[in-house]
Write a protein that binds this ligand. Sequence first.
Ligand code: PDD
Length: 286
Amino acid sequence: MSRVAYVNGRYLPQAHATVHIEDRGYQFADGVYEVIEVHQGALIDEERHLQRLVRSLGELRIDAPMRAGAFRIVLREVIARNKLRQGFIYMQISRGVARRDHLFPDPVVRPSLVVTARLVDPAKAGAKAAKGIRVITMPDMRWKRPDIKTISLIANVLAKQAAKDRDSGEAWLLDADGLITEGSSSNAWIIDQSGTVITHPVTNAILQGVTRTTLLTLLEKLGHRVEERRFSPQEAYDAKEAFITGATSIVTPVVAIDDHVLGTGTPGPIALNLRAHFHDVAPRTD
Ligand code: PDD
């Protein structure tokens, strides 16, 4: 089945869905995005994702392309037209099309909106989690506002590729003090030998992951001790377990960090349990 994309008011076969060469998303990476998981045909944590999208737009002073109600209908239409049961919805809003100039277009132009669907094979995703991933650490080269979910992702792209080049699935990024901020497309977590779950606090240095927020609820429900503070690579090497979270990774165990193998080098029981129960607590909307 060929996929269907929404582009500026029209639903088109993805192969024919295009944007203008003077779109500011293309020329300046002047835009924002969201990725929402679709699980059993329902949107996971839609509300928090849309709230974050509105915040990202506000921080970049881009107008919303349509009202929230209409936007929700577009998301559902893309899910329906792609018969999406398991996967993701990707949405991107750029400042719009204008003659290339760093300044905002004056008068303001209509923002561009693209929504696409990605089908995921749950068996493949499950197999990846059952094996766990390795991570590397490297300097965080991003701009100083990674709390905004912008499409300017070149530093993230280079970090992810550096990880792949070292047989790893994610790069954990180090701040100026050498402490871990987050992954190139996920939040970073460790569990120390006493069982305390540790993750970077919400500051401008990380994206406030929606999965992260929901997982904090689950951790509380399960009675885990949690510390939201920065941690060092050495603490990560000495950890009992580690994992990443994100809309595309849910909870994915980490089995080695910079060649330091954690425990037996297999996914830890706490991380696997959190993954197993994530969808019990995550809000879902049809
Ligand atoms: N990335 N940190 C970064 C840098 C991210 O890019 C992401 C998500 C997260 C986790 O956020 P959430 O739990 O809301 O997905 C943290 C998406 C999935 C992506 O870029 O594809």
